[in-house]
Design a protein around this ligand. Structure first.
Ligand code: HEM
Ligand code: ISQ
Length: 155
């Protein structure tokens, strides 16, 4: 499915808002993942030995931002090139990290739901829309497919 200029604009617009408060939205994103799938906690090395989610963990923040940013970049590529181009090394690396952490395909739906709820929260009901949801969802799906394919190949 093609990605339109409008879809790209919707993703970029919300990324600009997310960027304004990285500590808040990275924590929210992560908290939502654990709210939907509490068992996921043990997969994250930076949480394994903690009782609760650390409020100011640099690793958590950096990873969460990377996920959001990569999704935003997918949207840009999908519009510009009509397909996703993730460098081989990045894909190989991400595939390996996720396999090693015990991530399996159904987890991708959990992260998708948490991502969409994070963007919804950042934008507020006024700016959030079905089109925005669709644009983020599509960009995420394409990125997730690439990572899943890599995970299933090299395992
Ligand atoms: C690590 C991105 C999906 C769980 C990472 C890292 C990135 C990333 C950039 C950090 C790698 C590093 O620098 O070490 C993504 C993207 C995803 C995705 C773009 C989807 C499009 C998922 C899913 C799960 C998951 C579905 C399962 C809940 C993890 C775990 C780590 C990780 C457990 C290792 C964290 C640690 O212990 O350091 N991911 N991820 N990811 N991701 Fe994902
Ligand atoms: C790693 N992979 C997917 C989602 C994430 C969210 C927060 C922190 C790290 C992550």
């Amino acid at each position: 499915m093609g990605f339109t200029e409008k879809q790209e604009a919707l993703v970029k617009e919300s990324w600009e808002v997310l960027k304004q408060d990285i500590p808040r939205f990275s924590l929210l994103f992560f908290s939502l993942i654990l709210e939907i799938a509490p068992a996921a906690k043990n997969m994250f090395s930076f949480l394994r030995d903690t009782e609760e989610i650390p409020q100011n963990n640099p690793k958590l923040k950096a990873h969460a931002v990377k996920v959001l940013k990569m999704t935003c970049e997918s949207a840009i590529q999908l519009r510009e090139k009509g397909e996703l181009v993730v460098t081989d090394t990045t894909l190989k690396y991400l595939g390996a990290v996720h396999v090693k952490s015990g991530v399996i395909d159904p987890h991708f739906e959990v992260v998708k739901e948490a991502l969409l709820r994070t963007v919804n929260e950042a934008m507020g009901e006024e700016k959030w829309s079905e089109d925005m949801k669709g644009a983020w969802g599509e960009a995420y799906n394409q990125l997730a497919s690439a990572i899943k394919a890599e995970m299933n190949n090299n395992n």
